[in-house]
Design a protein around this ligand. Sequence first.
Ligand SMILES: NC(=O)c1ccc[n+]([C@@H]2O[C@H](COP(=O)([O-])OP(=O)(O)OC[C@H]3O[C@@H](n4cnc5c(N)ncnc54)[C@H](O)[C@@H]3O)[C@@H](O)[C@H]2O)c1
Length: 247
Amino acid sequence: MNTSTGTHEGRTALVTGAGQGIGQAIAMALAKRGARVIATDLAAPDATVSKIGSNAFALQLDVTREEDWRSVLLQSREIGDVDIVVNNAGYFPHRLIDELDLPTWRKTMATNLDSHFLSVKYFLPAMREKKWGRFIGISSNMVGLAIPGMSHYIASKMAIVGFMRGLANDVAGDGVTANALLPGLINTLATASQSDEQKRSTWEQQAIKRLGEPEDITGAVLFLTSDDAAFITGQALVVDGGQYRVG
Ligand SMILES: NC(=O)c1ccc[n+]([C@@H]2O[C@H](COP(=O)([O-])OP(=O)(O)OC[C@H]3O[C@@H](n4cnc5c(N)ncnc54)[C@H](O)[C@@H]3O)[C@@H](O)[C@H]2O)c1
């Protein structure tokens, strides 16, 4: 996004998995729009924060660990009550169903799904007091595609859509919205192992025929976390250049 108006001035935004890839791009875009950003990752994402500058803070947060969420809540109070949570951290190992074991299943669910529940548990109360808040869950367009070896991932990413739909009902009276974003294939370290041919075979299925970049996801996040999107909640927005089309 090149627009740099202050749509997010006065807001504090927490982004998980902000050390690289899509999470880093989201953190940078929110800061550019004026938000104070709490960038979090397995290790405190200092590189992201130094790219942003003075309006950002790096905190360690393993999204699977409730004690980390509690600790980040306490530390964030020194920075400002969190108005916006973008749950972006993800775990996506390829496992055909015969290779999938219970620890991998559970780690997928803990990273991709428990995190959303825990973020609500710790950050909803302050949003309720302010009568304003935004939860964004980064899902995946893979929930609607025929990709083998990802049943655990697809289950967790579809559950994010369900959780946001349900959450939207419970928080609507408090000025809080909850929406899921479904990116398509994006050029990050997570997809670096795919060959150019593999990537091309995906992006050729899109209306917009190029590989997505992390910055392609940020516009939807900025919109859904702004005042302009106050009447949009419980939705699943696909951001994939037109590959997967929901009716
Ligand atoms: N890249 C794609 O093609 C694509 C497509 C659709 C959806 N997504 C989703 O977008 C999100 C980001 O993907 P990406 O490509 O930027 O991934 P990435 O691997 O480049 O970055 C993910 C970040 O999450 C962090 N992380 C992993 N486990 C964590 C945990 N337990 N606690 C805290 N942080 C943790 C990693 O350290 C890393 O910095 C994921 O949820 C992914 O499922 C990605």
